[in-house]
Design a protein around this ligand. Structure first.
Ligand code: ZN
Length: 422
C-alpha cells in the first residue's frame, strides 16, 4: 500500500500504467489497451490524461498550492491552464470542504472539460486576494485506456466457467479507497497461484465504471461464463466486514458469503443490492445480471475521510485488510468447493464406523463437528441440495462440510451430481 499510495492514478494515464506494472510484479497481468473514441456499450473512451505539474502561485512566485505536495490538489482530468487570475476568477475553480477544514477533497471531471484545484478550507482562507499565477501542465489528447487482468487457470479443465475478482485502479492517493482493494486482489492472486483453484479465476484491475464497462463490452459471453464473483475495495477502515448482495440476492456468492462472514465477524453487516457503489453496479446490470457481490467495510460517504486526503495510510489498518483478504479467500474457496451430491446409500444411515469414518477424525476440525458434518452431508445429498445450503442448515463451517463430503466420497458413499450450485 505504501508503494501504491503516492501514484497519481486516474481513469487513464501514466499513473495507471505504473500501478499495473507494480501489480504485475506480483500477479502477472495481461493489459488490454482501448483507444480513445472507442464505443463501449453506451460509453465512449475519453482522451488520455497526464499531468506533469500544477500549482497556484502568488505574485512573488511562491507556490501556495502544488500538486507535488498531494496528488489530490488537482481535479483529475483538468485541462491545461496557464493564466494570471483574480481571486474571483480563481474562486470558481476551487474545491474545499467547509465542514472538514483540514481535508483536501477528491474531485474528477472525466467527461466534461474543465479544470480545478482541491485544497483544505484552511488553505483556501489563507490564499489572499491575488492576483495568482495558475499553471496546470497537463495533456488531454487521444490516447489509450488500459485495464489489467490476471487469469489463474483452474485445475478442472472441463469446466468452462470462471470466478471473477475485481477492484478499481483509478483512485489517486487514497488508502482505504482503494489501495486496500489493490493489495487485497494482489494477495488473493498470489494465494491462488500457489494453491490453484478448481475453476479458473480471473482477477480484474479496472478503472472504476469505464473499466467494468470495457471488460463487459469485450466479454459478451460473461453471462454464461462467469459463475460468480466478488468486487473488493475499502477493507482497511474500522467498520465490520460488509457484504453487499448481488442484484439477484440468492446466487452462490450471496449464499456462501452469508455462510462464511457471520462466523468470522460477529458484527458482520449484510447489505442488499442497490444500484450504487463500486463496479457491482455494472456486473449486476440487468443485461449481464452476474452473480457478483461486494466485500468491503465502510461504505462510500459514510466515513468523513471518504474521498479526501484523510483517507491516508494512517487511516487504514493492515490487520483489518488481512482479515478482509482471508474472508475473501474463504468465500472464493466456498464457491469453488460447492457441489451437489447424490447419496449412494440413501436407505437408512450407512454404517460409518465400519468404513473408518468415525476414527479418521482429528486435525483442525473437532471430531464432533466432523461427525455431524457426515450426517448432514449424507442427509442433504439428495441430488438437489448443495453443500453451502447443507452448511447453513447444519450451522457448520463450509470447510467442515466440504471436508466431510470429500471423505464420504472417498468412502464411496456419495457421488457428485453437479458442480457449483446457482
Ligand atoms: Zn471511490
Amino acid at each position: 500500500m505504501a508503494a501504491l499510495f503516492p501514484i497519481n492514478r486516474s481513469l487513464t494515464g501514466p499513473g495507471v500504467v505504473e500501478t499495473l506494472e507494480r501489480i504485475s510484479a506480483v500477479v502477472p497481468l495481461q493489459v488490454t489497451e482501448v483507444p480513445s473514441g472507442t464505443e463501449l456499450l453506451d460509453w465512449t473512451v475519453p482522451d488520455e490524461w497526464s499531468l506533469q505539474g500544477a500549482h497556484i502561485a502568488d505574485a512573488d512566485g511562491n507556490h501556495l498550492i502544488d500538486v507535488a505536495d498531494h496528488t489530490l490538489h488537482v481535479v483529475s482530468y483538468s485541462e491545461p491552464v496557464a493564466a494570471t487570475l483574480t481571486r474571483a476568477e480563481l474562486e470558481v475553480h476551487l474545491h474545499s470542504l467547509p465542514d472538514r477544514p483540514d481535508l483536501i477533497p477528491y474531485r474528477t471531471s472525466y467527461y466534461s472539460r474543465t479544470w480545478g484545484f482541491c485544497l483544505t478550507q484552511h488553505q483556501r482562507e489563507a490564499l489572499g486576494d491575488g492576483p495568482f499565477d495558475v499553471l496546470i501542465d497537463s495533456t488531454l489528447a487521444p490516447g489509450t485506456f488500459r485495464y489489467g487482468e490476471a487469469v489463474i487457470p483452474g485445475t478442472d479443465t472441463e469446466d468452462p466457467t470462471e470466478v471473477i475478482v475485481s477492484t478499481h485502479t483509478c483512485h489517486p492517493s487514497m488508502a482505504n479507497d482503494n489501495c486496500t482493494g489493490l493489495v487485497a486482489v494482489m494477495a488473493i492472486g498470489g494465494h491462488l497461484l500457489r494453491h490453484p483453484p478448481r475453476r479458473t479465476h480471473r482477477l480484474l484491475f479496472l478503472p472504476g465504471t469505464l473499466g467494468a464497462i470495457a471488460w463487459l463490452a469485450q466479454n459478451p459471453d460473461a453471462r454464461e461464463r462467469v459463475h460468480a464473483g466478488l468486487v473488493i475495495g475499502g477493507l482497511g477502515d474500522t467498520d465490520p466486514l460488509t457484504f453487499k448482495a448481488s442484484r439477484r440476492g440468492d446466487t452462490v456468492v450471496d449464499r456462501v458469503a452469508h455462510a462464511v462472514l457471520p462466523r468470522r465477524d460477529a458484527s458482520f453487516r449484510p447489505l442488499s443490492f442497490s444500484p450504487y457503489g463500486y463496479d457491482e453496479r455494472q456486473f449486476c446490470s440487468p443485461g449481464f445480471d452476474l452473480a457478483v457481490g461486494r466485500l468491503s467495510r465502510g461504505q462510500h460517504g459514510e466515513y468523513p475521510e471518504y474521498h479526501t486526503s484523510g483517507d491516508d495510510l494512517a487511516f487504514v489498518d493492515a490487520d483489518r485488510v488481512a482479515e478482509g483478504i482471508s474472508a475473501a479467500l474463504e468465500i472464493l474457496r466456498g464457491i469453488d468447493d460447492n457441489e451437489t451430491l447424490d447419496n449412494l446409500s440413501p436407505y437408512g444411515e450407512p454404517q460409518l464406523g465400519r468404513r473408518g469414518l468415525y476414527s479418521s477424525t482429528g486435525g483442525a476440525i473437532d471430531s464432533r463437528s466432523v461427525e455431524m458434518a457426515y450426517l448432514w452431508v449424507l442427509s442433504g445429498s439428495d441430488g438437489e441440495t448443495d453443500l453451502v445450503t447443507i452448511a447453513e442448515r447444519a450451522d457448520l463451517p463450509i470447510d467442515a462440510v466440504v471436508e466431510a463430503a470429500r471423505r464420504l466420497s472417498d468412502a464411496g458413499l456419495t457421488a457428485p451430481r453437479a458442480r457449483g450450485g446457482h
